[in-house]
Design a protein around this ligand. Structure first.
Ligand code: HH2
Length: 251
């Protein structure tokens, strides 16, 4: 899954793709590099980000989704039902939902749904982060939501532990270490660690543009643990790394 943020303030590509033509070109480029899904977002969910209103979020994502959808599978990265509905009407077939609450929209529209775990909301999620058992709590939450969505009629349900969403670096590492247990729960798993802050922390303060190796390491780890999708900004190197993992796994 290639990341395409049509926002002024996303943590790594904010402001780069606010021009719709440039955004569409970037989406097609990532598809040519091997991304199977382009994840279009119009609201940053980085820690501390301010919410965006519904009309503005639709204005950002809908034209880009409409232009990309004939050529490549598109997901919409949103927490708002109305934005998800408008995105699906424009051609998106997957709702990537960091709030894990929009399964009724996916059920009504007959599209796929990603349930991601987040603690609280982006503005405040990195304050006072505490879990008694991060792995158990996140896994139980995701399985419960996925079961609820399946019962409501969503045919394609993904689960995602939400790396960096209300989690310390240690929490992120534990969730990655135990990813295989989430895979074993039976729903396809996706992981988004690309360029995230904990990689900078681990790599001696590496800035956001200098986290490719760390991002690839997590992608390879996740794929080896059985994750079926990796969300990435740097699509070409990620696809190459995962192709090698696939060849090893198949040998
Ligand atoms: N991470 C981000 C956004 N959406 N969706 C899923 N399913 N999993 C993730 O880990 C995930 C996500 C945050 O990254 P990004 O979109 O690059 O930044 P921003 O939220 O600042 O736009």
């Amino acid at each position: 899954m290639g990341v395409l943020n049509i926002t002024p303030d996303s943590f790594s590509d904010g402001g780069r793709w606010t021009d719709p033509e440039a955004a569409v070109a970037r989406g097609l480029e990532m598809a040519a590099e091997g991304a199977e899904v382009i994840d279009v977002g119009g609201e940053s969910t980085r820690p501390g980000a301010e919410p965006v209103d519904e009309a503005e979020e639709c204005r950002r994502v809908v034209p880009v989704i409409a232009a990309l959808a004939p050529s490549v599978r598109v997901s919409v990265d949103t927490r708002k039902a109305a934005v998800a509905e408008a995105a699906v009407a424009a051609g998106a077939t997957l709702v990537n939902d960091v709030s894990a609450s929009l399964w009724p929209v996916a059920a009504a529209a007959g599209v796929g749904w990603v349930a991601m775990h987040m603690r609280g909301e982006p503005r405040t999620m990195q304050r006072d982060v505490h879990y008694d058992d991060v792995v158990g709590e996140v896994h139980r939450f995701l399985v419960a939501r996925a079961t609820q969505a399946g019962a409501a009629g969503v045919g394609e349900v993904w689960v995602d532990p939400g790396i960096g969403f209300g989690k310390t670096a240690a929490h992120n590492l534990r969730l990655l270490r135990h990813l295989g247990e989430l895979v074993a729960a039976g729903h396809p798993v996706m992981v988004g660690a690309s360029r995230k802050a904990f990689l900078g922390t681990l790599l001696g303060g590496a800035p956001v543009d200098d986290r490719l190796e760390g991002s690839l390491a997590v992608a390879v780890w996740a794929a080896s643990a059985g994750a079926a999708m990796v969300r990435a900004h740097d699509v070409a190197p990620t696809v190459e790394a995962l192709r090698v993992v696939g060849e090893v796994a198949a040998a």
